[in-house]
Design a protein around this ligand. Structure first.
Ligand code: ZN
Length: 123
């Protein structure tokens, strides 16, 4: 299961970052996933929650995922287009020599941090 090792890597990266910044608690992790990256978002979400619950830093942390569309650039036409079914061929001129712009990435964008008891302590 690819998503499990992926979730593990994300959690390790976030933990390392949290330690670097002296953060005790991570509340949420924002991720950007390209629609052509091959990642199963539901499976990743599930694996993340499972592994986060085992981490003192990430217990209860949420994973939010932003999906980026698969897009490419055609030089002769000087335009971008949406890649359908992994076929990066320009729909206008038919060339295959196009450049992928987005849709294959997997990147941690941001994380929300906060100390214990920071939420729901208003009285
Ligand atoms: Zn073209």
């Amino acid at each position: 299961m690819h998503e499990l090792s992926l979730a593990q890597s994300i959690i390790e990266a976030v933990e390392a970052r949290a330690e670097e910044c002296g953060v005790e608690r991570v509340r949420a992790v924002h991720l950007r996933v390209g629609e052509a990256s091959g990642v199963l978002v539901d499976a990743l979400q599930f694996a993340f929650e499972m592994l986060a619950s085992l981490s003192p830093t990430l217990t209860g942390a949420r994973l939010t995922i932003e999906i980026t569309p698969h897009r490419a650039w055609c030089e002769p036409c000087a335009r971008t287009f949406t890649v359908m079914d992994f076929v990066a061929r320009c729909p206008t001129c038919g060339t295959w020599s196009t450049r992928i712009l987005s849709g294959t990435e997997l990147q941690i964008l941001d994380m929300e941090v906060g100390a214990d008891g920071e939420q729901g302590s208003q009285e």
